[in-house]
Design a protein around this ligand. Structure first.
Ligand SMILES: Cc1cc2nc3c(=O)[nH]c(=O)nc-3n(C[C@H](O)[C@H](O)[C@H](O)COP(=O)(O)OP(=O)(O)OC[C@H]3O[C@@H](n4cnc5c(N)ncnc54)[C@H](O)[C@@H]3O)c2cc1C
Length: 322
C-alpha cells in the first residue's frame, strides 16, 4: 500500500450555501501548485472537472467535489471548452470552488480563441477570485464551429501563452502548468520534435506538466526519460482516465492517438455493453497503472473524473486504504 498523499492546510468555517450539498466552507491558504509539488514529500493527488451544461449537472458536480474533497486532493482543475467556449462558466466555477469549498484550484486556459487583452482580463479575474494556477494550453478549434479563426494578434502555440503570462508584472501570482502527450501530440511530425516544443513551453516559464491519459505506463516512463534527456526538469504529472464507457474511451483515445495495449483491447471487447463490467475494468486497470506510477515515485497523479467520484474514490481506496 502506498503512503497517503499530503494534505493542503486549510482553515474551516461552516458552509452555509450551495443547495443540496453539505460541504464545509473553508478558506484555502493561497498556495501555488508549483509550490505544492516542490514542498510535498508525498505524491499529490488531483482531480479534473468540467463545467456542466445544466443545473442537474452542477448538483452532480458539487456532490462529486464534496465526496472527493474527503480525499484531501492537492488541488482540483476545471477545463475550458474548445476555443474558450465555456470561458465564463469555467472562470466562475473555478473561483466558486476556491472561495466556497476552499480547495486549491487550477483554471484551464486554452488560448487559440482569445486576444492577449482577453487573456489578460481572464487572469485578472482569476487572481481577484483567489485562483493562482493556470494550465496554459493551445486548445483546439471548436468542432461545431467551422468558421472559427484564431485572432490575428492571438496565440498560435501554448509556449506563446506561457511567455505572455510569465512576462506579466504579477508573474508571481500564478503558477503555470502546461499539457504534454506521452504518446506524442497527433499533430507533431515525430516524438523528438514534440519534446523540443514542450521544452519551449518550459523555457518560457512552465512550472509543471500534466499529461494526457495513457493506458500503458511504458509510454509515460519513456516520455519522461526523453524529456529529462532534453533538459526538461519540471514535474511531469501523469493523467489517469478510469474507463467509463467503451465507445467513449475509444473515441477519445482515437482523437488523442492513445494506444490500447492488446490485453486491454481484448478486455474492452469483453465488457462492451455491460456497464458494471466496464466500470470494474476501468477501476482495475487504473489502479494497476497508479500502483506502478507511485512505485516509480511520480510527483502526483491527475485523475480525469468526468465529474463523477465513484471510480476515483475506489481507485484511491485501493491505493491508500481509505
Ligand atoms: C492535461 C490536459 C488538459 C487539457 N485541457 C484542455 C481544456 O481545458 N480545453 C481545451 O480546449 N483543451 C484541453 N486540452 C487539449 C489540448 O488543448 C490539445 O491537446 C491541443 O491540441 C494541444 O494543446 P497544447 O497546449 O499541448 O498545445 P501546444 O503545446 O501548442 O502543441 C500543439 C502542437 O503544436 C506543436 N508545437 C508546439 N509549439 C510549437 C511551435 N512553437 N512551433 C511549431 N509547433 C509547435 C506541438 O508539437 C504539438 O504538436 C488538454 C490537454 C491535456 C493534456
Amino acid at each position: 500500500m502506498a503512503t497517503n498523499p499530503s494534505t493542503v492546510s486549510t482553515g474551516f468555517a461552516r458552509w452555509s450555501g450551495y443547495p443540496g450539498c453539505e460541504v464545509l466552507r473553508c478558506y484555502a491558504v493561497v498556495m501555488s501548485i508549483a509550490e505544492i509539488y516542490r514542498k510535498s514529500k508525498h505524491p499529490i493527488i488531483s482531480f479534473e472537472f468540467f463545467p456542466p451544461k445544466t443545473d442537474v449537472g452542477y448538483r452532480t458536480l458539487f456532490r462529486t467535489i464534496e465526496e472527493l474533497r474527503e480525499l484531501e486532493p492537492g488541488f482540483v482543475s476545471v477545463t475550458m471548452g474548445a476555443g474558450g467556449s465555456t470561458r465564463s462558466k469555467t472562470v466562475d466555477l473555478t473561483i466558486e470552488i476556491t472561495r466556497e469549498i476552499g480547495l486549491v484550484t487550477m483554471c484551464h486556459l486554452p488560448c487559440t480563441g482569445f486576444r492577449p487583452t482577453e487573456i489578460g482580463h481572464i487572469l485578472d479575474q482569476l487572481k481577484a477570485g483567489g485562483v493562482h494556477n493556470v494550465l496554459a494550453l493551445r486548445g483546439d478549434p471548436p468542432q461545431d464551429d467551422p468558421e472559427f479563426q484564431t485572432p490575428a494578434d492571438g496565440f498560435q502555440y501554448a509556449n506563446e501563452l506561457v511567455a505572455y503570462i510569465a512576462k506579466r508584472d504579477d508573474r508571481d501570482a500564478f503558477s503555470i502548468g502546461a499539457a504534454c502527450a506521452p504518446e506524442t501530440h497527433p499533430e507533431a511530425p515525430d516524438a523528438a520534435t514534440d519534446v523540443a516544443n514542450i521544452k519551449r513551453k518550459v523555457d518560457a516559464g512552465t512550472d509543471f506538466l500534466v499529461s494526457n491519459f495513457f493506458f500503458e505506463n511504458a509510454h509515460f516512463f519513456d516520455f519522461v526519460d526523453r524529456c529529462r534527456a532534453a533538459g526538461i526538469e519540471v514535474p511531469i504529472i501523469p493523467g489517469i482516465m478510469p474507463i467509463a464507457t467503451v465507445s467513449g474511451i475509444r473515441r477519445m483515445a482515437g482523437m488523442n492517438g492513445t494506444a490500447f495495449p492488446a490485453e486491454l483491447e481484448t478486455e474492452l471487447d469483453r465488457v462492451d455493453g455491460n456497464d458494471e463490467a466496464t466500470y470494474a475494468l476501468g477501476v482495475r486497470w487504473a489502479t494497476m497503472q497508479c500502483e506502478e506510477l507511485l512505485a516509480r515515485e511520480v510527483d502526483g497523479i491527475q485523475f480525469y473524473t468526468l465529474n463523477r467520484s465513484p471510480a476515483a474514490r475506489e481507485i484511491y481506496q485501493n491505493l491508500f486504504g481509505r
